[in-house]
Every structure is written in C-alpha cells, then in structure tokens.
Ligand binder design. Sequence first.
Ligand SMILES: Cc1cc2nc3c(=O)[nH]c(=O)nc-3n(C[C@H](O)[C@H](O)[C@H](O)COP(=O)(O)O)c2cc1C
Length: 220
Amino acid sequence: MSTQRQYPVVPAPRFDVPPEESVERVRAFADTMALRRTVRDFSERPVPRGVIEHAIRAAATAPSGANLQPWRFVVVTDPERKRLLRDAAEREEREFYERRASREWLDALAPLGTDWRKPFLEDASAVIVVFEVHKGPETPRPYYVKESVGIAVGFLLAGLHQAGLATLTHTPSPMRFLNEVCDRPQEERAYVVIPVGYPADDAMVPDIARKQMDEVAVWT
Ligand SMILES: Cc1cc2nc3c(=O)[nH]c(=O)nc-3n(C[C@H](O)[C@H](O)[C@H](O)COP(=O)(O)O)c2cc1C
C-alpha cells in the first residue's frame, strides 16, 4: 500500500460553454491566433506592466510534469539591463553565425533574413527571459521540464497576442550568459527570450504560409 500522502480533492472548476457557442468561440480564438506573427522591429511605446503580469499569470496555469511548475519568467525592462542583454547576445550570435552554425542551419535561416544583430533586445518595451527550473538547493528534481515550459510559453505568447502585443520567440545559442545578465542561479537554465512590445509602424514580416489542415491533422 502506498504511504504517499495525497492531495485533498476539490470539485473540478467549471467552465461551461453552451454547445451552440463553442464552435464560434474556438473559431474566434483561432482567427485571432492566425494574426500572430513573429515581429522583429519594435516601437519604443511602453507596455503596461499589468498586461505582462496577466499574461504570465496565464502562462503559469499551464499543466506541468507532477505539477512541479518548473518555470521562471524574468521581465527585463530596465534600459541598462536590456543593453547588457543585447551586447552579450550579439557577442554569442556573432560567433554562432560566423563560426559555429552549420551550413545546413544557415541555409534554413537564410530566407528569414536574420543575422547576428539583435536591436529588438533593446527596442522592445520588455524582454521576458523564460528559464527552466532544475534541481537545486531549494527546488526538487522536476520531470518533463522542456515539455512543461514549452506549454507555458505557448500560453504566454497566446496571452500577449490577445492583448494586442507583438512578440519574438528568440533562442540565442548558447544561452548560459543569460544567468549572469538576469541574476539567476545555476539551477535555472534559459529556455527562450521573448521581446514584447508594439510593432514599429514600418514593421515587416516574411511572407510565409502555414500548412493546411489536412497537412497537420489526421483523423482516424
Ligand atoms: C523555438 C523557436 C525558436 C526561434 N528562434 C528564433 C530566433 O532566434 N530568431 C528569430 O528571429 N526568430 C526565431 N523564431 C521565430 C521563427 O522564425 C518563426 O516563428 C517562424 O518563422 C514562423 O513565423 P511566425 O512566428 O511569424 O508565424 C523561433 C521560433 C521558435 C518556435
């Protein structure tokens, strides 16, 4: 017999949607999400702190392996720290683009027109650095960290988009420098960097297509 203590149980929260409304609601959600694009040119218009707080609140409701919630969201708004972040990221990225990246990877990136320059790390009103939280003095060993943090980041991007904000999902490589820039302990490992703000008036995005329903879904 298990000696593990169990959580007490409570009634499952209800979020009832009348059946006649459910298609319309999810259609509206999908239509809104279809307008999300990765933006790389931001205006300096500030983002209200409350918007980011609620988006993080939504992210932190994500399911996680054994409910260990292995995430930390560091919101960088201080201009000096954003400058440090940009300087350090550009050093790493320059090394990546000019030396470390394979020809294959550079070819995959070429159509997007990205390079080592990262002005968005300073221009965006806020930069959210998402960390995975691993085993440390105060934290237990988590399970399914990448899966859990990935789902939380999905919620975060969806929440920010719902608030009319633009985001960029940025993955500098490697990311260890982010611990120092963000003052985070070693058991936290950066997962993604998300500049958040309003798009610049002249922001452009690559004209890419999304796969059709029959290419992404299989019904059986
Ligand atoms: C895990 C991940 C890492 C990414 N890393 C970068 C990045 O480092 N720099 C960048 O400019 N875009 C990055 N992107 C954005 C993708 O290029 C972008 O999502 C893709 O081209 C589709 O465009 P869309 O987001 O506008 O639909 C990343 C996206 C994901 C999901």
